[in-house]
Structures are given as C-alpha cells and as structure tokens.
Design a protein around this ligand. Structure first.
Ligand code: PMT
Length: 412
C-alpha cells in the first residue's frame, strides 16, 4: 500500500522513524508529512533518509526566490490521490481537534480533508490532555466517521506524570495497518481479467490505425485488483506503461489478437473488466508491402472488428462483467444502451471530451451504471481511485447476485 505517515509534534515523534522502517519491511511505500511542531522534535532529514522520499512539511513551500510556489500549494491533492492509507503517529490533541472540526491550516490537516483513504491515528499526549472532555469528544467524532484509533498505553509519560497517553507500541500500530490492508483484500481467490490500452490495426507494414488510449485506466484497474488480492491477467495493447506489481501481462497488438487472448483467459476469470479502447474497424486487406505515394486519392476499406466484450459476455455465466463507454455525447443514454446490448453487469461511462477525463489523463470523471439500476456519478478523481470505485461496485454487484437464486442470470 501507499501509506502517508503524518508525524505531529510530540516527544514520541522519534518513534515514527522506526515505524517508517517497519512499514517498509511489510512492503509498503511511505510518504512522510510532518507538522511544523514535529520538526522541533525530529528533523525532516531523518525521515527523508529512511523513507527515501522528500518529506512534506509545508503547505506553502517557498521557491528559491522566496515566492510561494503553486505546485506545493496543490500538492496535498496529489498526495491525497496517491494515498491508500493515512497513518498519523504520534497524533497530538491539536491534530485530532483539527481533523474532528475540519480545520485545514497546514499540509497534514489539508491532506486529511482532501483524502478519501482510510485513516489510522495513534494519539500520544499528556494524561490530562488525553482525558480532557474536548479530546475525548473529538475522538468520538473521528471514530464515528470511521477513523481507526490506536489507543495510547498507560505508563510514565515524558511530562513526568503516570497514566494513559504514551504512544501505542509500534506492533499495535502495525496490526491496525494490517487490519485495514486485509479489509481491502476482498478479491482474494478471484481471477480478474482486464483489457487495457489501444489496439493497432495495420494498413501496411509501416502504417496503422490506432487511438489515444494510454492504458492508464486499465492498468490502474489491474493494479488495484492485484492489491486487493486477485490474480490479475492484464491483456494490453501497446502502451508505454510498466506492468503493475503482481500482475500477469499479455501483450497484444490488434483487436483480433486481443480477442484471442481474452477468449483464452476468460473461462478462468470470475471478474472481467474491459477498459481497452479496441478499434471498431480494421483495414479489410492490409497491404503486404508499403503503399506507395501517388497523386490519386487512396481509399482504405475497413471492416468491423469483433466486439470482444459483447462476444464473451454472452457466455458469462456467474462472472461479473464490466464494460466501459467512451462517449462524446448523450453519455448516460449511450452507456445504458451498452449495458444492455453487451450484457454487462456494470458500465463505466466517461465523457472523453470533458476536462481531466478520458484518454491519457491521470484523472477521470465517470458514472457507474449498474444492471441493477444503480447510477453512481463520481467527481473527478485519479484513475487509481476510479479503479477502486469500479472494484467496489463490482464486489457489491457480486454480493447482490450471490444472494439471489442462480436462475436470474439465464440469458443475461
Ligand atoms: O487508456 P487511457 O488513456 O487511460 O484512457 C481510458 C479510456 C478512455 C480508454 C477508458 O476510460 C475507456 O473509456 N475505455 C473504453 C474505450 C472504448 O473503446 O469504449 P467504447 O464505448 O468504444 O466501447 C465500449 C466497450 O466495449 C468497452 O468496454 C470496450 O473495451 C469494449 N469493446 C469495444 C469494441 C470492441 N471491438 N471490443 C470491445 O470489447
């Protein structure tokens, strides 16, 4: 998981350095965010050296000329989007209060508001501060909101008092992290088939027809699926992307090759997500040698490619099948048509003309149209987060279907 570790200003801040190491040993990548007060206890350099990443300390980091830099002012959004889990250890009374009340006056509190990832806080403070009604009220608000609280232990505190307030043992914090990680292993035992990227349809040995798909959307789905425990087979057209960790990749070039690979792997999958931008047409007769330039107009006759999704979904049985709809107009209407025509359980519709959506962007704006009538419009978010929402919806549909008699899927 990509963990963002918030370190706030308390004596226990030095223990977070060891926490970075332990999280890394468990296979997580760690981005450290420190409050100004935390920097009084431990230097950012310590965390930078341990995490191997720049430590974020300031909402408005200044450039070398002393001007506030825009990039850093919006960095909390980027960090929020790539955070799978926010852990705050130690969490001071001040930070808990800010989180509970929605105050956002530094990088960490702003990140907390901007992120939709699960949150774990491990408070540490003086015993009276811990027991104060204000702190307990803030904790109750956070718990009600789903924040996991790793309660402090009792013992001698740095202030010389005895009682609860000492940062929980690192093992306890790590157990909470494992709990969150396992909660999202909801695809363990499943096989997920994903198609991604464009296809290339040859005109002659040097020219081809393709589209603008970068593969980012499909790869994000494959990556999220693997993280959630699925065995993932990614059938991909040509892209510049690295294979996500734990994913079996099958490279194809044309729609026909993608169809063949999908046919081969579809029987073994329990969930199939068709995110590829498959060319609808291919040159009927690709030339075997380079077409020579001439003064005459050139006509290339195109013939339709097989619809991979529609073909395979006819025989989907108990599988959950998810299609995409790349639209430029009448998005909802066209998406609902595709849902029915292609016998999908879920269609992810994106208006590919919208700013920050569709081809080659790192973000997307989608609406999820489910067979069971639920339409879920989502705001602009990273493709990684869209991928999580698609998987959440697929898991929900699977649970609904499993609760019904088996006959309902006959004929799609
Ligand atoms: O790759 P990115 O740069 O990240 O861009 C993401 C994306 C815009 C490609 C993605 O979000 C998306 O919309 N993918 C589907 C693109 C598409 O081909 O849409 P469509 O509406 O033409 O097709 C509908 C569905 O049928 C899709 O699931 C498609 O994979 C499938 N299809 C289409 C044609 C075909 N011959 N076989 C298919 O399986």
């Amino acid at each position: 998981m990509r963990i963002t570790l918030g370190v706030t200003g308390g004596v226990a801040a030095y223990k977070s350095a060891e926490l970075v190491r332990r999280l890394q040993q468990e296979g997580h990548s760690v981005q450290v965010v420190m409050t100004r007060a935390a920097c009084e206890f431990v230097t950012p350099l310590t965390f930078a050296a341990l995490s191997g990443q720049k430590v974020i300390t300031d909402l408005f980091a200044k450039s070398s000329t002393g001007e506030a830099n825009l990039e850093s002012a919006i960095e909390h959004i980027a960090v929020a989007q790539r955070t799978d889990l926010l852990v705050v250890a130690p969490a001071t009374a001040d930070t808990l209060a800010k989180f509970a009340r929605g105050l956002a006056d530094d990088f960490l509190s702003t990140l907390y508001l901007a992120s939709t990832a699960p949150v774990i806080v491990a408070p540490a403070m003086n015993v009276n501060m811990w027991q104060h009604a204000a702190t307990q009220e803030n904790l109750a608000v956070l718990k009600a909101r789903g924040v996991h609280v790793v309660e402090p232990n009792a013992g001698y505190l740095a202030c010389g008092m005895i009682g609860p307030g000492r940062l929980a043992e690192l093992d306890e914090i790590l157990r909470a992290v494992q709990g969150v990680a396992q909660a999202k292993r909801d695809l363990a035992g499943e096989t997920l088939l994903v198609t991604a990227g464009p296809t290339c349809e040859d005109i002659d040995p040097v020219r081809y027809i393709t589209n603008r798909s970068s593969g980012k959307m499909g790869y994000a789905v494959a990556e999220a699926g693997a993280r959630r425990g699925a065995k993932v087979i990614l059938i991909t057209g040509p892209t510049a992307l690295a294979t996500p960790e734990g994913v079996e990749r099958v490279d194809v070039r044309t729609a026909e090759e993608m169809l063949a690979a999908a046919r081969k792997h579809f029987p073994a999958c329990s969930l199939a997500i068709f995110a590829a931008a498959v060319a609808d047409y291919r040159p009927a007769k690709p030339a075997s040698s380079k077409i020579k330039r001439s003064k005459e107009a050139l006509t290339i006759r195109l013939e339709p490619n097989t619809d991979i999704l529609a073909t395979l979904a006819k025989e989907k049985g108990e599988r959950i099948v998810v299609g995409f709809a790349a639209e430029t107009e009448q998005v909802a209407e066209n998406a609902r048509k595709k849902l029915a025509q292609k016998n999908a359980d879920l269609v992810v519709a994106n208006d590919v003309t919208a700013e920050g959506a569709g081809f080659d962007h790192d973000t997307n704006i989608v609406t999820l149209f489910s067979r069971d009538g639920r339409d879920l419009p989502l705001p602009r978010m990273s493709k990684a987060e869209v991928a999580e929402r698609i998987l959440d919806e697929a898991v929900r549909i699977r649970a609904v279907l499993r609760s019904k008699p088996a006959t309902h899927r006959a004929g799609g």
